[in-house]
Unconditional design. Structure first.
Ligand SMILES: Cc1cc2nc3c(=O)[nH]c(=O)nc-3n(C[C@H](O)[C@H](O)[C@H](O)COP(=O)(O)OP(=O)(O)OC[C@H]3O[C@@H](n4cnc5c(N)ncnc54)[C@H](O)[C@@H]3O)c2cc1C
Length: 344
């Protein structure tokens, strides 16, 4: 890869474009501006913050935190341009022409799929889409009985958000045991306190439309009112302001230990249960086809086949913890500073 090897034509103070104003892009911007580099931060959303602003539930990460962070960045001299989407309203070639270096920190937006039948039925969402919706004026309808699949912060956030928005029940299905939960202990406790339940060593194997999937909800006076006879929902009940698409039958396999020690065998108990909504929260990965569409080949160190174009954060390594994105943003800033200085 040649991203870090060629000396750019310009001299300091150089201008650097950062695409993606999430934790990785912001930490790179902070680091670069401190070293006297002019930074423009682009994002497809109207405001900066990335998942912290558009992914985490607002009760956990209020917008005011991202607003404060945005104000600090502006004070430091970082220019922010929102509603600028790379590949659509913003082109890589234009950035390469206008800036001495370009950093792509567009996150890991591709939700992992379960790979089971029924995953595309109405009422089945991927967690980032559901959580994104919850931070807008038009949250996606979820409930009254919600099944969340996954064991990380995203799964727990999806369950608490559904309960917060009015669901009666949220069951989190975890394919490992309790010790295998990746979510933070205080988030798990918060979810339990809010009424979420966990079922361990369990996976969904099939999702089918429930008996009442057609026309289960009707709209009345702007509010959603469940039609009489909808399974699990009392007739005429107002369920927040959300219209629930229907009901789903989910087949769940739960692994159990059977027999008497020392002869134990693993068995699987299979049950079919009814839910209104299924939220899939089993991770996100890098948008490889997006990077390919930009003509980019990315090396493990964040350099690319295009001189002066670098990659950081979730775009480089997929979904990980916040701290890793922040540290990687700093790493990328140092890499770019070295590139701007040219070979020793
Ligand atoms: C629901 C949820 C809860 C989480 N909770 C925790 C937690 O409690 N603790 C923890 O450590 N980690 C947590 N994480 C993980 C953490 O948030 C991520 O690791 C971190 O946000 C990654 O930062 P990033 O900057 O790489 O990407 P992102 O935060 O995804 O930011 C990427 C930015 O790029 C923008 N973008 C994308 N495509 C384009 C484009 N084409 N053009 C322009 N802009 C674009 C996006 O709008 C976004 O602003 C959580 C993740 C989720 C989804």
């Amino acid at each position: 890869m040649s991203g870090g090897t060629r000396r750019p034509l310009g001299r300091k103070p150089a201008r650097v474009a950062i695409v993606g104003a999430g934790p990785a892009g912001i930490s790179a911007a902070r680091e670069l501006i401190k070293s006297g580099v002019a930074v423009t931060l682009f994002d497809k959303e109207t405001a900066s913050g990335g998942l912290k602003r558009y992914g985490y539930p607002s009760f956990r990460m209020p917008s005011s935190i991202s607003e404060r962070e945005a104000a600090q960045l502006a004070e430091q001299g970082v220019e922010f341009k929102g509603e600028a989407e790379l590949g659509r309203t913003l082109q890589l070639a234009d950035l390469e022409r206008g800036y001495a270096a370009v950093l792509l920190a567009t996150g890991a937006p591709v939700p992992s799929r379960l790979g089971i039948a029924g995953e595309d039925l109405p009422g089945v969402y991927d967690a980032p889409r559901y959580l994104y919706g919850s931070r807008t004026e038009r949250p996606l309808p979820a409930g009254p009985r919600v099944l969340v699949v996954g064991g990380g912060d995203t799964a727990v956030d999806a369950a608490t958000t559904a309960l917060f928005l009015g669901a009666d029940e949220a069951l989190i299905l975890v394919r490992r045991g309790e010790e295998g939960l990746a979510a933070q202990p205080h988030e798990i406790k918060y979810a339990r306190d809010k009424g979420a339940a966990f079922r361990f060593w369990s996976v969904p194997t099939k999702i089918e439309p429930g008996a009442t999937a057609d026309g289960a909800a009707v709209m009345a006076d702007g509010a959603a009112v469940m039609a009489a006879g909808t399974a699990g929902v009392p007739a005429g009940r107002t369920y927040g302001s959300l219209e629930v698409p229907g009901s789903l039958e989910v087949t769940i396999a739960t692994t159990q230990l059977a027999g008497e020690p020392p002869v134990l065998a693993m068995t699987s108990q299979v049950s079919t249960e009814r839910f209104d909504t299924v939220i899939v929260a089993i991770g996100q990965s890098r948008h490889l086809t997006f990077l390919q569409s930009l003509g980019l080949e990315v090396a493990d160190d964040g350099t690319t086949n295009r001189p002066g174009v670098f990659v950081a954060g979730g775009t480089l390594y997929g979904s990980q913890r916040l701290a890793k994105a922040i540290i990687d943003g700093r790493r990328a800033a140092q890499q770019i500073a070295g590139y701007l200085d040219g070979p020793a």
